[in-house]
Write a protein that binds this ligand. Structure first.
Ligand code: HEC
Length: 185
């Protein structure tokens, strides 16, 4: 009996030691995990707000919650985390820089050529920083606020919050934008 316990303990401690030697995640893995975390935090809140209080309230939640998640993930991780789009809604946060613009244009082309928008991602080292983008695809739920022919209530609330909104007129499956991350190597 004692031998069994001893052997078990040995196994556990060597497993821990092995775990400690595992290489840290690559920048691409870290960025991809952060992009997933962003979506994992935002989507449930968006869906809950839509279900409980309707789209006008959900817009208010999005206006507050989405930038808040981006900021707190940035502080926690040391990466810069934001969302960008070629047709931005949030004019002060979501306008892409030239690298992001090039990647978004490429995502649009790849989606138009048949690739699944949800799978599109790209990362590379730019000026000593690792930059990574994960596309966000237009799903059925997105059309309420990003589709064509929005409900009046939605249109009016959007106008209140975002006088320079470009982010409507989308169809299912298109690239709505991307989560963009950059981290110092
Ligand atoms: C209830 C309305 C609503 C729904 C539904 C919605 N969004 Fe948005 N979306 C917004 C608002 C409001 C913003 C601006 C948030 C901000 O100020 O950062 C936004 C911003 C974005 C942005 C950031 C770029 C930009 O244009 O400012 C992306 C990307 C985005 N949405 C993707 C999606 C996707 C993908 C879905 C579906 C899974 C979705 N949204 C569903 C309201 C909505």
């Amino acid at each position: 009996m004692r031998t069994i316990i001893f052997t078990t303990l040995l196994c556990v401690s060597s497993a821990t030691a092995l775990g400690a030697e595992q290489p840290v995640d690559s920048p691409q893995q870290q960025a991809a995990a952060l992009a997933d975390e962003f979506i994992g935090l935002l989507k449930p809140q968006l869906k809950q707000a839509l279900a409980e209080a309707g789209p006008a309230h959900a817009i208010a939640v999005c206006a507050d919650v989405a930038p808040g998640i981006a900021d707190s993930l940035s502080v926690q991780s040391g990466w810069t985390v934001r969302r960008v789009s070629l047709k931005s809604r949030n004019a002060s946060r979501a306008v892409p820089d030239s690298w992001e613009r090039t990647v978004l244009l490429d995502f649009n082309q790849r989606q138009a050529a048949g690739e699944n928008a949800a799978d599109l991602h790209f990362g590379e080292v730019v000026n000593g920083q690792y930059r990574y983008m994960q596309a966000q695809a237009v799903e059925p739920v997105c059309l309420v606020c990003h589709g064509k022919g929005l409900a009046d209530e939605v249109q009016n609330t959007l106008r209140e919050y975002y006088p320079d909104d470009w982010a409507t007129g989308y169809s299912l499956g298109e690239v709505r934008g991307a989560i963009s991350l950059s981290g110092t190597l």
